[in-house]
Each structure stands twice: as structure tokens, then as C-alpha cells.
Design a protein around this ligand. Sequence first.
Ligand code: FRU
Length: 501
Amino acid sequence: MTAATATTADTFRPVLHYAARNTWLNDPNGLIFHDGVYHLYYQNNPLGNVWGNMSWGHATSTDLLTWTEHPVAIACDENEDIFSGSIVFDRDNTSGFGTDSVAPLVAIYTSAFKPGSAHEGIQAQSLAYSLDGGYTWTKHSGNPVLTRSSAEFRDPKVIKYDGGGGSYWVMVAVEAQDFQVVLYKSDDLKNWELLSTFGPANGTGGVWECPDLFPLPVDGDPGNLRWVLTVNLNPGGPNNGSAGQYFIGDFDGTTFTSASTVTEGLQDPDRLADYQWLDWGRDYYAAVSFSDAPASRRLMIAWMNNWEYANHIPTAPWRSPMSLARELSLQTIDGNLHLVQQPAGDWASLASQESFCLAGTTIDGAVQTLAGAAGTVQRIDVTFTAGSAEEFGLILRGDGQKGTRAGIRPGDDTLFVDRRESGQTDFHESFASIDTAPIRPIAGSYRLTIFVDRCSVEVFAQDGQVTITELIFPAETSTELSVYATGGTATINNFQVTQFA
Ligand code: FRU
């Protein structure tokens, strides 16, 4: 147990993102919208700011932007750590945990059994239930409810399946070391029957963790649904370390099939760019979606960190923020289906200052710092048209020429975030990096929406077709916002900055 010690003034505490008050967090767990409230549970060390004593912390929000922390929801004990999982609203009390008047919320989590416990060395799935809307939880006396006698069986995401094959609960979980998603069904959340397995496929450079499975309309057509299977893997991401991949396909109630799977030449470095990634940045991991979000929206949150350096990032007394919530859609782009992600939330209501606007400006050569656009928590909407420049973009949280660069290299269809001069980088050898993603112009333009917070940058490019999410640790005094072009010209067609602090 490591007590949380404050080593810096708390200048990195995010404004638009959730971070625990004074403890460690990793994966989002049990995301659910219930009785008008978004519940965010998460892997939490209630006693320190490094990984350990894994329990489910708890926060709530009504707008996905401002969060209230609550007491630990499900705590570890001498037998088990409480690893990742999900929550369902058991409307019909199929589990029997409810009463005549209250239908239960049921958490399905991984029991990581400790040395000396009856199931030592095993990871198995267990239940807890809440009869007060998610604030207090009781562990089921019959735990665990599903074991494969495996040491690496974890991260159950449970959904209600209603389709051709019937109506029942479906669990997706992983055999992490086998790069496999395992699917189970149940009528009562207690008795589970194996349906099928999926994988290995595509990214297999590290363990598979935290899967999710959900349907989405194609191009907004509710009569044309496809299923999306998301799988986080660590390491093996396109820019190293932790990342999330997805597969688009069909689920018939038993088996998930996808045409986008590659099973030969797995983890061939030349193939990584062909796979479909939730985010190309270094800090978007363990992403999962909300159950029961209003209007059938598919909303996702990820842990904004990377296991390569997670325990070392220079924040205190807390450690690790969550990403913004994102709304997912499926769109046909150049004849292929892709997940598209938009930041979710009522941004306008939080904005604290008039927007800064700039239009129709050609940039050339030198860095141009924008008077009146400085800030530490901001949303930037900008559209560039390439000219003769080999590279153009923005310098965020800057100080003179230094800062975090987010830009485009049109000649090689590359979007990038360069955080080598972003501020503190020396706390871990792999942190300073340039991270890239493929990008294509749309009608000759590149549109970027960028959220800058006290310790992060999230780039949504081409209206969410490609995203890069990265932590940064700039000096408090690095507040400048600049544009630049190297080796020629580029044009800014629209530029709007909204300040949040
Ligand atoms: C992913 C993960 C999960 C596990 C949890 C433990 O980051 O390794 O597979 O349930 O973290 O904290």
C-alpha cells in the first residue's frame, strides 16, 4: 500500500475530465445511465495513487462533463480484488436480487482471487447488486458464478440480447493471454452457458482486455444494424503500448462474425495500420460503452493513460484521468464502414468566455502566436486547406516555439501529435513521442476539433473519423496557442476557440 503523497501543486487536475479526488484510477467499469444519472464506476485504489487494492470507485454526472465522486462502491477484501466489469439494470428481476417494489442493478465483475483464498490463482466472474440506484452494493453469496479455472478470464461486459434467437443476457469477456473473446448466455445472470469464441484476430501484440459488443445503425438507418466488437489490447497499439481495436460484423445471438478480421501474419508491424483502431493516440485504453444511454446513444469512455508509464505520470495526489465521453456512430467512408466518434456533452453551457475567431488566413513559415487565444482548457475548431507546406498545424499549451504540436503532413496523409516538447516528459523513457494516424483530405480540407485540458489533448479529425488522445504535462505558464506551416503555405478557413477556464 502506497499512501498518496502530493509532489506537485495540483496544476494538472482536469476541468473537463473526471479524475478521482486523491487516489489512483484505471479502467471505467459498470457505465450505466439510470434514473436520469450517468454512473461511472472505475478501477480504483482507495488507499493510494498507484495500482493496487483494486476496488470499484464511483462518480456520477447528469451532463457527462461535471462529475461528483461517491464512496467506494465495491471494495476488495482478503479474498479478492475487484477487477473490471459492467452493470445492467435487471428490469424484470431475472436474478431474483430485487424486491416486490425495486428492480436491482446488477454488477458483473471479475474476482481476481488472492493467495490463500479458496480460488487462489483464478480469475472468475462474480455478481453484486444494488437496490438504491447504484450507491450501495451487496456481493452475491454464491460468487463466483462463472469460472473456467483460468488465471486470465476477465472483464465481463453484459448486454441484453433481443433478437431472432430469443431474449437473454449475453456476456463478452476475455481469455486475455489467448487473444480471445468468449461469449456466454444466461437467463438469470447466475447460470451461464458458453455460446462461442472470437479471435485471435488483427492486433495481438499484447493481452486482450475489456471487450464490448453493441449494435449501431449504418449511416443512421435504424433498419440497417451492424454489430461492433471492441477489444482493448496491451501492449500492441499502433503507436505502442495500450490501445483499443474494433471489428464490425454481425451477431446472431450465438456467434460474432466479422469480415475485417485478419488471422494470418498477426501483429505484423506493416499490418497495424490496416486494422481498425478506436484511437491512434497513446492514452485511450479500456474503452467501454454505457448501458441504457438515452435515445439509444452509444456513449463510450476510456481510461486516459497507458500501462507503459501509467504509474509514473507526474500528478498528485490523484493519478489518471478518464477521457471525454464520446458518441459513436457507424459511417460508410470510401465504401468501407468505420466507427466515427464525436465528443458528447453540452459544451456551450460550460464555456466561460467569448469565442476567438479567425478566418481566411494564409500561414507561411514562422510560428504565428494568436493573441487573445491563450488558455489551458479549451476547445479548438479549425479547418485547414493544404498549400505548398509539407507540414502545418497548431502548437498547443505553448511557450515560444515549444509546446505540443498537432498537425498534418498532407504529402504522406498523416495526422500527428508530437509531445516531445510538451512539458514534463522525463518521468518515463517511452513518454516523449510523435504519434501518427492516417488521414485523407475531405474536399481538399482537414477539419480538426481539439480539446485541451490541464494534462491532455484529444484530437477529433475529419469530424471524428480519426482520433488521437494524449496526455501532456506542460508548465502552468505554457498557455499560448499558435499556428504554423513549414516549407510553404497552408490556409486556415475557420478557426474558433472556446475557453472553459
Ligand atoms: C485493464 C485491466 C483489466 C483488469 C483491470 C485490473 O487495464 O488490466 O484487464 O480487469 O485492468 O485493474
